[in-house]
Ligand binder design. Structure first.
Ligand code: PEP
Ligand code: MG
Length: 565
C-alpha cells in the first residue's frame, strides 16, 4: 500500500497507464537571421495560444467556465510583454535560437517564483514549466501525448500532472490519477476535483513502483494506492466505490436547497474556513455563510503580524466571495495548541489554561486594534454582514472590554459597529451564559475546547482521549443549556466545533434548538441531508432517551441504535 495526498475524493479501480515525461532535447544553435528567428518564436507563441484556447473551450464544455480559466491563465502569462521582450532580446543580443530563448527566460521566471513561500505563487512554477515544455514541443515539432485516447478504466500514473494535461483528460476513461508530486491546492488537484476524478498526489516513486497494465486501487478520499490488490481487497473497494457513488448521488439532491428539518424548521449550514481561498470552496460546496473564519492562519507561516490593510483585504475578500451572506470572523486565537513563533509567547506549564486568545489580545491592544479596524472597515465596505466573534471568553469583563474597543474604533473610523458575539467554549462562559447573552449579538459553541475544559482532558492527549468525548452527558448538558439560554435571550446560537457535523449528534442539536451548524465545506451537503432526516418530534424522542443516560459510552450506543439502526 502506498500513501499520498488525498487530493480528489472517490475510488478508482482500473489498469495503470504510465505517462513518462518526455525529455525535450535540442541543440543550442546560434542563428544568422535574428529577425527571422523572432518571427519563428512568434509563430510558436501564436500556435500555443490557438491550442490553449481550443483546450479551454473543450474544458468549458466538459467541466466549467471557472476551471477553464486556469488554462486561460497560461495564455495570460505568455502574453506578458515583459516576458516576450526578454525572449526577443535573448535572440537579438545573443543570436540564440528560440528554444534557448524560451528556456532561459522561463527558467528565470521559475526561479523568481520558486523563492517565494506563498503556495499560490509556488503554483506558478508548475504553470510556467507547463508553458515552457509545450512551447518547446511546438518549436521542435514534438507531438503532445494524446491523453484523449486513453482506454476506459485507466489509472493515470504520472510524475507531475500539468494543468494542460489535466484539461485534456477524457474524464469518462480515467478512473483515477496518481502523481509523484503536487499538493492539495495545486492546479492539477483543483482540476481533478472539478473533473470529479479520484486523485492521490505526491506518492513517492509511483512511476517506478507501479507497472504499466497492472490492476490498481486508488482511494482518493483516504490518499491510499493499492498496487496488485488481492481478490478480497478488490471486493472490499468495489463495495466502497458503490457506496461512495450512491451516497454522492443522494447528496447531490441537496445542492442549492434550504437546510430544513423533515418538518420544515429552517436551519443554516455554514462553513469553517482558514483563509480567503477556503471561502471560494465554501461557496462551491453550497455553504450558506461562514460560521468561523480562524484568522490565526493569516498570522502563521510568516515573520510578522499582517498589517491592517492586508487583513482588511483578506476579510473583505471573504465577504465579497460570500456576497450578501453572513460571515463570522473570529479574532486572533493564538496560544494553546496554536503557536505563532514571532509573537514570542513564553513557554507555559499549562498552555491551554494560559495566556492565549482574547487574553493575549487585550494585553496587546495596539496589535489587536489593527485587526479590529480591519474588520470594521471590511464590514463597512461590504454588505454589513461581517460579524466579529471573540474566542476563549471566560469573563464578562473581557467581552465588555473587547466590545468597548470595537465601539470606540468604529466611532473613530465613523463606521457602523458590526455585530459582536462570543464563542462559548469555556465552563465560565457556559455557566454565565444568561448574563453574557445581554452583551452579545450571538453565541457560537466551540465544542472542541468546551469538551476539553468541561472534561478537564487535553484535546490532544491520547492518554485522556477516553474522557475527551462530546458524547459525555456533562458536555451534552452544557451544550443544551447554552442553546436554551441563548434562544431565550433572543440571540442566534450556532456551533462551530466538530460536533456540528456529527450525524449522531444532529438530532440532539435540533431538539435543543440550535439554528446554525458551521462545518467544514466538504461536510455541508451531508450535514444538510442529516438535518433533513429528522422532525423535531423524532429528535425530541431521541434526546429524551439520551439525556437520561449516565456515561459517554451509553450515549454513544443509544445514538448509534437510534440514528444508524
Ligand atoms: C472550538 O474550540 O470548538 C473551535 C471551533 O475552535 P478551535 O478548534 O479553533 O479551537
Ligand atoms: Mg476553540
Amino acid at each position: 500500500m502506498m500513501k499520498g495526498i488525498a487530493a480528489s475524493e472517490g475510488i478508482g479501480i482500473g489498469k495503470v497507464v504510465i505517462i513518462k515525461q518526455q525529455e525535450i532535447k535540442y541543440e543550442q544553435k546560434l542563428v544568422a537571421d535574428v529577425e527571422q528567428e523572432v518571427e519563428r518564436l512568434h509563430g510558436a507563441i501564436d500556435t500555443f495560444m490557438k491550442n490553449t484556447e481550443a483546450l479551454a473551450i473543450d474544458m468549458e464544455q466538459s467541466v466549467n467556465a471557472k476551471d477553464a480559466e486556469i488554462i486561460r491563465g497560461h495564455m495570460g502569462m505568455l502574453s506578458d510583454p515583459f516576458m516576450i521582450s526578454q525572449m526577443e532580446d535573448t535572440i537579438k543580443n545573443e543570436k540564440a535560437c528560440s528554444e534557448t530563448a524560451v528556456e532561459t527566460v522561463l527558467e528565470m521566471f521559475k526561479a523568481m517564483f520558486a523563492g517565494v513561500e506563498d503556495e499560490l505563487i509556488q503554483q506558478r512554477v508548475t504553470d510556467i514549466e507547463d508553458i515552457k515544455s509545450r512551447l518547446l514541443k511546438i518549436l521542435l515539432g514534438i507531438a503532445e501525448t494524446n491523453l484523449k485516447a486513453l482506454p476506459p478504466k485507466t489509472i493515470l500514473v504520472v510524475n507531475d500532472l500539468t494543468p494542460s494535461m489535466t484539461a485534456e483528460l477524457n474524464k469518462d476513461h480515467v478512473a483515477a490519477i496518481v502523481t509523484e508530486s503536487g499538493g492539495m491546492t495545486s492546479h492539477s488537484a483543483i482540476l481533478s476535483r472539478a473533473l470529479e476524478i479520484p486523485a492521490v498526489l505526491s506518492v513517492a516513486d509511483a512511476v517506478t513502483v507501479l507497472k504499466d497494465g497492472a490492476t490498481v486501487i486508488v482511494d482518493g478520499s483516504d490518499g491510499v494506492v493499492i498496487g496488485e490488490p488481492t481478490d478480497s481487497e478488490l471486493a472490499e473497494y468495489e463495495k466502497k466505490r458503490e457506496e461512495y457513488l450512491t451516497n454522492k448521488a443522494r447528496l447531490r439532491a441537496y445542492i442549492g436547497k434550504e437546510s430544513l428539518t423533515a418538518d420544515g424548521i429552517k436551519k443554516d449550514v455554514f462553513c469553517n474556513i482558514g483563509n480567503p481561498k477556503d471561502a471560494v470552496t465554501a461557496k462551491e460546496k453550497d455553504g450558506e455563510g461562514v460560521g468561523l473564519f480562524r484568522t490565526e492562519f493569516l498570522f502563521m507561516d510568516r515573520d510578522s503580524v499582517p498589517g491592517e490593510q492586508e487583513q482588511y483585504e483578506a476579510y473583505k475578500k471573504v465577504c465579497d466571495t460570500l456576497e450578501n451572506k453572513t460571515v463570522i470572523i473570529r479574532t486572533l486565537d493564538v496560544g494553546g495548541d496554536k503557536e505563532i513563533p514571532y509573537m514570542h509567547l513564553a513557554k507555559e506549564e499549562n498552555p491551554f489554561l494560559g495566556f492565549r486568545a482574547v487574553r493575549y489580545c487585550l494585553q496587546n491592544t495596539d496589535e489587536f486594534a489593527l485587526q479590529l479596524r480591519a474588520l470594521i472597515r471590511a464590514n463597512a465596505d461590504t454588505t454589513g454582514n461581517l460579524w466579529i466573534m471573540v474566542p476563549m471568553i471566560a469573563s464578562i469583563a473581557e467581552f465588555k472590554a473587547v466590545k468597548q474597543m470595537i465601539v470606540d474604533l468604529a466611532a473613530e473610523l465613523d463606521m457602523p459597529v458590526p455585530k459582536v458575539g462570543t464563542m462559548v467554549e469555556t465552563p465560565a462562559a457556559f455557566v454565565m451564559a444568561d448574563r453574557l447573552a445581554h452583551y452579545c449579538d450571538f453565541f457560537s459553541i466551540g465544542t472542541n475546547d468546551l469538551t476539553q475544559y468541561i472534561m478537564v482532558a487535553d484535546r490532544g492527549n491520547s492518554n485522556v482521549a477516553y474522557l475527551y468525548k462530546t458524547y459525555d452527558p456533562a458536555v451534552l448538558r452544557a451544550i443544551r443549556q447554552i442553546i436554551v439560554t441563548g434562544t431565550e435571550a433572543g440571540i442566534p446560537v450556532g456551533m462551530c466545533g466538530e460536533a456540528a457535523a456529527d450525524p449522531l449528534l444532529i438530532p440532539l442539536l435540533i431538539s435543543f434548538g440550535l439554528t446554525e451548524f458551521s462545518v467544514s465545506p466538504t461536510s455541508v451537503l451531508r450535514t444538510r441531508a442529516e438535518i433533513a432526516r429528522w422532525t423535531k418530534e423524532e429528535a425530541d424522542r431521541i434526546t429524551e432517551a439520551v439525556m437520561a443516560l449516565d456515561t459517554a459510552d451509553e450515549v454513544y450506543e443509544c445514538l448509534v441504535k437510534s440514528v444508524k439502526g
